[in-house]
Structure formats: structure tokens, C-alpha cells
Design a protein around this ligand. Structure first.
Ligand code: 5AD
Ligand code: SF4
Length: 457
């Protein structure tokens, strides 16, 4: 039996893909390990979204070279090293040129071919193989069933790629054009996950709400319909989806937030900036007011919906006035949580060549100001939960002994006393005290399996 170590960088889709790579390699005799020292194959599943994320890969590769050399010299053992994911797609052969000890480079759309690549790669003669094609076949049609249960909370990719071409973003180049999986295939995967103990499924896509899949009834469904169908699965009390684009927020999806109790009252809907001038330069194809109107409409369907977003500060040409518009938009919307980043010029994207790059210190100051506001909003949102009763899904072990971690409907972390027998259980709690990044709670009912969840909030 050989051992496989996978390290995942970046987004949730990479987390999903890493699990799928383990599935693909299981029939060839590679079993996952958590110990890098024991590994016979190491896969770095990489992220290209910002420069920092990309650079981490090369520093890791430096360390892996030493590990590989040591295993060969001291144990006469060959370790295969693979670079997968978005850096693999973007850099291709450049990786094996810079790091010739890498045996395989495989893009996000070809990892179903890993067994063939492993057969071709030869660590002794150092013959590396690179597969960064955008193939005509669909990888999902070739992936085997899950080799291991995914746990109480699992990801399920339904859509990949992007045709929107925001001028800052590498995704259209690394993940390819928009693709939607067939509804029947998604429903079958969801049923298998639930049969193996999953209680919360997060549907994934770079533009998940652009999903339009062929349905078993011969028509094409949108995401709202897919969510309604998935809600019919017994034993699946929670559904989520991420990441959405404002322009693809249609009424059927919005009304699913009203109609489907399993759909959690939390939505990640990035806007990126609050200035129309910058939104235009970003090629977002919506204004700040368009976004405000979408949020208003969502809130008519689902009052109390918790919102999350992504923001970029220091996009080329962003002035103090533009940045003030971002602050104004954030103040108007009120986020329960959010992610914010300094603009990072990415090779091959239109904005990278823009001459009006913003000074690094200005970017840092704007990021600090924005994060201060977002942190305050997060704390204020958490405060509104004090005294409320809510259902918590226990989804993983805590970092301390005798502790388990759960998640509220609004994605807040909750730490409880418990052990592995509580994993996958739903427990009703009363929130005693809000913290910046978690809720302190009092448990009411003993952890128990619930069929469907009432959104108490
Ligand atoms: N620089 C900074 N942040 C970026 N993002 C995407 N591309 C860049 C970039 N070039 C952010 C966006 C996106 C999130 C996943 O990462 O906010 O929504
Ligand atoms: Fe990073 Fe985007 Fe690739 Fe995810 S899809 S790994 S965020 S570059």
C-alpha cells in the first residue's frame, strides 16, 4: 500500500478537488496519509488567485526537494511530487523548469487522468509529465465514487469556470469557461454523501448561481430548482451554495431562500467595490445601486438573511473618493462576515497592465480601514444573536481535547463539549455571548439527529 499526502491551497473548490484526487488514486493503491514524512506521493493543489498564494507553492517545492532527496539517499525510496490546481494550469512547464524535481503537473480539468500520469512519470530518470489541457471530455464523467466518507459537512462542485472576465481575475484562464454538471449526476452524488453521513452540503461553483444544468426531465434547471430538488433528500437538513455573482441572482433562486427551510440563511455575494467607476473598470457589469437593489430584494424574500462578501482595495486607478464609496456601500449593506484583499496584479489579466497601479502603502491603509469596519459589523451581527436559540451542526472535532466544533445557520463557529460520537449531530443551543469569531452557547437539548432544521433565527 502506497501513501498519498495532499496539501490544499486556496478556495473550497480546491478542497473538493483534493478529495476527488484521492478518490481517483485510491484504485491504484494510494491511500491518504496526514504525515508528509510517510508519503510516497505528494500533491500540492495550488491557488493562483493572488501573488502571495502562488509564491507559497515554490517555497513548499523547495522543502519537498529536500524530502525527496533524503528519501532517495537514505531509504532508497522514490517520492513522486505533483503540482495540481490553478498554478499548475497557469504555469505548466515553467514549474518543471523552475523545479525539475516535480514529476507531474496537472490542471484542474485533467486530474481524472492522474493514474495515467503516475504510470508515465518516472522519478528515477526524472521524466516529468505535464497535462494542462482543457479536454473535450468532462472530468466529472470519469471520477469514481467517493473512496471515503466526507464527514458531516461536505462540498459538492456543480459548476466550474467563468465567462465573466472581471479584469482582475485569473479564474477564466485557470479554470476555463463556464460549465454546469448535469442535475442527475449532482443529485446522485448528494445522495451518496448523505448515505455516508453528510448532513450539510455546500454546492460549489466559481459562479455557482450561473449553474444551468440538464435535468432528468429533459429540460434545463437553474440553481433554485436544483436546491428545491436536493431538499427532497431525506436526512439532509442543511444546504448552502457559494460563490455567487450578483447578476445571476434570479427570482427563483431568491425565492428558494424563502421556500426551502434547509437552505441556510447566509449568502456570500461578492461586490468587490462600491464605486461605479471602479466597478466598470473591473468589468463587473453592475453598479453599486444594482447590488443594493439585489440585496433589498433578497431581504424581502428572506428577512434576516446574513450576508458575506469579497472586496478588493487598491484596484488600479482607485482614488480616495472611490474607496469612500466602498466604505459607504459596506455601511449601507451591513455584513455578517466578509473577505477583503489588496489588489494583486495577475499575469495575463487586463488590469495587471494598467499604468495607474495604487501605491502599496495606500492599499495597506485602505485595507486596514475597510477591515476595521467589517470587523465591527461582524461583531454587531454576532451580538444580535445573543439570547437566541439556534440549531448547530457539529461538523468536526475541536482543537482542544473533549471539544467539538459546530456551525450556526449563519456560519458562526460554536465550540461545545463532546467527542467523535457527536459528529454529524444537530444540537439546539442558546447563545450566551457573542465573540468576534464565534458564539458562546448554552446547550439545551442533548445532541440528537434531526430530520430537518427549523431556522429559529
Ligand atoms: N487581487 C486581489 N484579490 C483578488 N480576488 C480575485 N482576484 C484578485 C486579485 N487579482 C479576490 C476577489 C474574489 C476572491 C475570491 O478573491 O475578491 O472574489
Ligand atoms: Fe484560487 Fe481561483 Fe483557483 Fe480557487 S479557482 S484555487 S480561488 S485561482
Amino acid at each position: 500500500m502506497k501513501k498519498l499526502f495532499v496539501k490544499t491551497f486556496g478556495c473550497q473548490m480546491n478542497v473538493y478537488d483534493s478529495e476527488r484526487m484521492k478518490d481517483v488514486l485510491a484504485p491504484t493503491g494510494y491511500m491518504p496519509t496526514d504525515s508528509l514524512e510517510d508519503a510516497d506521493m505528494v500533491i500540492l493543489n495550488t491557488c493562483h488567485i493572488r501573488e502571495k498564494a502562488s509564491e507559497k507553492v515554490f517555497s513548499d517545492l523547495g522543502r519537498l526537494r529536500k524530502l525527496k532527496d533524503r528519501a532517495a539517499e537514505q531509504q532508497n525510496r522514490q517520492i513522486l511530487i505533483a503540482v495540481a490546481g490553478c498554478v499548475a494550469q497557469a504555469e505548466g512547464e515553467e514549474i518543471t523548469r523552475r523545479a525539475p524535481w516535480v514529476d507531474m503537473v496537472v490542471g484542474p480539468q485533467t486530474y481524472h487522468r492522474l493514474p495515467e500520469l503516475v504510470a508515465k512519470a518516472d522519478p528515477i530518470s526524472r521524466l516529468s509529465v505535464v497535462d494542462t489541457e482543457f479536454p473535450t471530455e468532462v472530468k466529472f464523467d470519469f471520477l469514481p465514487e467517493e473512496a471515503a466518507p466526507r464527514g458531516p459537512s461536505a462540498f459538492l462542485s456543480v459548476q466550474e469556470g467563468c465567462d465573466k472576465f472581471c479584469s482582475f481575475c485569473v479564474v477564466p484562464y485557470t479554470r476555463g469557461s463556464e460549465f454546469s454538471r448535469q442535475a442527475g449526476q449532482i443529485i446522485n452524488e448528494a445522495k451518496r454523501l448523505v448515505a455516508a453521513g453528510t448532513r450539510e452540503i455546500t454546492l460549489l461553483g466559481q459562479n455557482v448561481n450561473a449553474w444551468h444544468g440538464a435535468a432528468p426531465d429533459g429540460t434545463s434547471w437553474g440553481l433554485g430548482r436544483l436546491i428545491r430538488e436536493l431538499a427532497e433528500i431525506d436526512g439532509l437538513p442543511r444546504l448552502r451554495y457559494t460563490t455567487s455573482h450578483p447578476l445571476d441572482m434570479d427570482d427563483d433562486l431568491m425565492s428558494a431562500h424563502r421556500d426551502v427551510p434547509q437552505l441556510m440563511p447566509y449568502l456570500h455575494l461578492p461586490v468587490q467595490a462600491g464605486s461605479d467607476r471602479i466597478l466598470k473598470a473591473m468589468n463587473r457589469r453592475h453598479t453599486a445601486d444594482d447590488y443594493r437593489r439585489i440585496i433589498d430584494r433578497l431581504r424581502t424574500f428572506k428577512p434576516g438573511l446574513a450576508l458575506s462578501g469579497d472586496f478588493i482595495v487598491g484596484f488600479p486607478g482607485e482614488t480616495d473618493r472611490d474607496f469612500a464609496d466602498t466604505i459607504k456601500l459596506v455601511a449601507d449593506i451591513g455584513y455578517a462576515s466578509a473577505y477583503s484583499f489588496k489588489y494583486s496584479p495577475r499575469p495575463g489579466t487586463p488590469a495587471a497592465g494598467d499604468e495607474q497601479q495604487v501605491d502599496a502603502q495606500v492599499k495597506a491603509d485602505r485595507l486596514a480601514a475597510l477591515q476595521q469596519l467589517l470587523d465591527a459589523q461582524q461583531m454587531a451581527f454576532n451580538k444580535t444573536c445573543e439570547g437566541q436559540q439556534m440549531a448547530v451542526l457539529i461538523h468536526k472535532m475541536g482543537s482542544r481535547d473533549g471539544q467539538v466544533t459546530g456551525r450556526s445557520p449563519f456560519m458562526q463557529s460554536v465550540y461545545l463539549k463532546g467527542d467523535h460520537t457527536h459528529l454529524g449531530k444537530m444540537v439546539t443551543v442558546t447563545v450566551k455571548e457573542a465573540r468576534q469569531n464565534s458564539l458562546l452557547v448554552q446547550t439545551g437539548k442533548r445532541p440528537q439527529q434531526m430530520k430537518s432544521e427549523e431556522n429559529v433565527a
